[in-house]
Design a protein around this ligand. Structure first.
Ligand SMILES: [Zn+2]
Length: 124
């Protein structure tokens, strides 16, 4: 795909693909970036989305599971232990499912906008 238009950050991120070419896999493990893209050779060694993905995932999952707990306990009148167990399992499953795509999308936006850590050279 040399010379082709780079994919949108959303498309590349949600598919967990390289933000440069949109083809190569971004992750080598659950949340570990590859060193380079297998398709185009883009260098991911400096990739660091920091705490950003976790912040978004916590906000979204919290907005889902907090009302879920209230509905289960007070709407359906399940026993407290059962409502809490269902809510905890839902929270853990949602966090694990959402972390990779959020990390990939945030990294794709960093890549697109060439965001990086500021250094002393930036203020001189
Ligand atoms: Zn690539």
């Amino acid at each position: 795909m040399t010379g082709a238009q780079p994919p949108s950050a959303w498309a590349a991120g949600l598919k967990l693909r390289c933000p440069q070419c949109g083809q190569g896999a971004l992750f080598s493990g659950y949340l570990k970036f590859r060193d380079t893209c297998a398709a185009c050779g883009a260098d991911f060694k400096a990739a660091d989305a920091g705490d950003g993905p976790a912040v978004f995932v916590i906000l979204i999952v919290g907005a889902i599971v907090a009302p879920l707990l209230i509905i289960l306990q007070f709407g359906l009148e399940l026993p407290g232990w059962m409502a809490l167990t269902i809510t905890m399992v839902a929270a853990i499953a949602l966090c694990l499912a959402l972390l990779p795509p959020f990390k990939a999308v945030l990294f794709a936006f960093q890549w697109k906008h060439k965001a990086r850590e500021a250094t002393h050279a930036d203020i001189e």
